[in-house]
Unconditional design. Sequence first.
Length: 116
Amino acid sequence: MPISTSTRTQSLAWGFIGLQLCLVGVLRASGNMLATMIIALVSQWVLMFPIAYVLSKHTGLGAAGIWWAFPIANVAVTTITLIWYVKGDWRYVRLTDDEQTVVAVSEAAMAEERRH
Protein backbone atom coordinates (compact mmCIF):
# COMPACT_ATOMS: atom_id res chain seq x y z
CA MET A 1 0.00 0.00 0.00
CA PRO A 2 1.57 3.32 -1.04
CA ILE A 3 2.17 6.05 1.52
CA SER A 4 -0.06 9.07 0.99
CA THR A 5 1.33 12.51 0.26
CA SER A 6 -0.16 13.90 3.47
CA THR A 7 1.63 11.23 5.54
CA ARG A 8 4.95 12.03 3.86
CA THR A 9 4.42 15.73 4.40
CA GLN A 10 3.52 15.31 8.08
CA SER A 11 6.44 12.96 8.69
CA LEU A 12 8.80 15.88 8.11
CA ALA A 13 7.67 17.34 11.44
CA TRP A 14 7.82 14.35 13.81
CA GLY A 15 11.43 14.79 14.91
CA PHE A 16 10.79 18.46 15.59
CA ILE A 17 7.64 17.63 17.56
CA GLY A 18 9.63 15.22 19.75
CA LEU A 19 12.24 17.90 20.48
CA GLN A 20 9.52 20.46 21.15
CA LEU A 21 7.76 18.13 23.62
CA CYS A 22 11.02 17.57 25.51
CA LEU A 23 11.77 21.28 25.71
CA VAL A 24 8.22 22.17 26.75
CA GLY A 25 8.47 19.47 29.43
CA VAL A 26 11.56 21.21 30.83
CA LEU A 27 9.71 24.53 30.87
CA ARG A 28 6.73 22.96 32.66
CA ALA A 29 8.93 21.23 35.22
CA SER A 30 10.64 24.52 36.03
CA GLY A 31 7.26 26.14 36.75
CA ASN A 32 7.01 28.20 33.56
CA MET A 33 3.44 27.26 32.75
CA LEU A 34 2.75 30.63 31.12
CA ALA A 35 5.56 30.02 28.63
CA THR A 36 4.16 26.62 27.66
CA MET A 37 0.67 28.07 27.24
CA ILE A 38 2.02 30.83 24.99
CA ILE A 39 3.93 28.28 22.92
CA ALA A 40 0.77 26.17 22.45
CA LEU A 41 -1.33 29.19 21.47
CA VAL A 42 1.29 30.52 19.06
CA SER A 43 1.70 27.06 17.54
CA GLN A 44 -1.98 26.69 16.64
CA TRP A 45 -3.56 30.11 16.31
CA VAL A 46 -0.70 32.33 15.17
CA LEU A 47 1.17 29.91 12.94
CA MET A 48 -0.56 26.69 11.90
CA PHE A 49 -4.07 27.93 11.08
CA PRO A 50 -3.00 31.09 9.19
CA ILE A 51 -0.30 29.18 7.28
CA ALA A 52 -2.82 26.48 6.36
CA TYR A 53 -5.26 29.12 5.13
CA VAL A 54 -2.67 31.02 3.09
CA LEU A 55 -1.14 27.89 1.55
CA SER A 56 -4.50 26.35 0.68
CA LYS A 57 -6.25 29.47 -0.64
CA HIS A 58 -3.49 31.70 -2.02
CA THR A 59 -1.04 29.24 -3.56
CA GLY A 60 -1.32 26.48 -6.12
CA LEU A 61 -1.12 23.84 -3.37
CA GLY A 62 -4.84 23.74 -2.65
CA ALA A 63 -5.71 21.14 -0.01
CA ALA A 64 -2.07 20.02 0.16
CA GLY A 65 -1.30 23.45 1.63
CA ILE A 66 -3.21 22.44 4.75
CA TRP A 67 -0.88 19.45 5.16
CA TRP A 68 2.21 21.58 4.56
CA ALA A 69 1.18 23.94 7.37
CA PHE A 70 1.76 21.15 9.90
CA PRO A 71 5.55 20.70 9.39
CA ILE A 72 6.15 24.39 8.72
CA ALA A 73 4.45 25.49 11.95
CA ASN A 74 6.05 22.73 14.02
CA VAL A 75 9.56 23.48 12.76
CA ALA A 76 8.99 27.18 13.52
CA VAL A 77 7.60 26.51 17.02
CA THR A 78 10.40 24.08 17.82
CA THR A 79 12.92 26.70 16.76
CA ILE A 80 11.24 29.33 18.97
CA THR A 81 11.11 26.89 21.90
CA LEU A 82 14.77 25.94 21.42
CA ILE A 83 15.79 29.61 21.42
CA TRP A 84 13.75 30.15 24.60
CA TYR A 85 15.44 27.15 26.19
CA VAL A 86 18.98 28.17 25.18
CA LYS A 87 18.37 31.72 26.39
CA GLY A 88 17.95 30.20 29.86
CA ASP A 89 15.22 32.37 31.38
CA TRP A 90 13.37 29.20 32.38
CA ARG A 91 16.06 28.49 35.00
CA TYR A 92 14.99 31.34 37.24
CA VAL A 93 12.42 30.37 39.84
CA ARG A 94 9.22 32.37 39.60
CA LEU A 95 7.63 32.31 43.02
CA THR A 96 4.05 33.31 43.68
CA ASP A 97 3.27 35.68 46.58
CA ASP A 98 2.36 32.72 48.80
CA GLU A 99 5.58 30.91 47.95
CA GLN A 100 7.62 34.05 48.65
CA THR A 101 5.94 34.34 52.06
CA VAL A 102 6.79 30.70 52.84
CA VAL A 103 10.43 31.27 51.84
CA ALA A 104 10.65 34.45 53.95
CA VAL A 105 9.13 32.75 57.02
CA SER A 106 11.40 29.72 56.59
CA GLU A 107 14.49 31.91 56.32
CA ALA A 108 13.43 33.90 59.38
CA ALA A 109 12.86 30.69 61.38
CA MET A 110 16.26 29.32 60.35
CA ALA A 111 17.95 32.61 61.28
CA GLU A 112 16.21 32.52 64.68
CA GLU A 113 17.42 28.96 65.30
CA ARG A 114 21.01 29.93 64.48
CA ARG A 115 20.87 32.72 67.07
CA HIS A 116 19.96 30.27 69.85
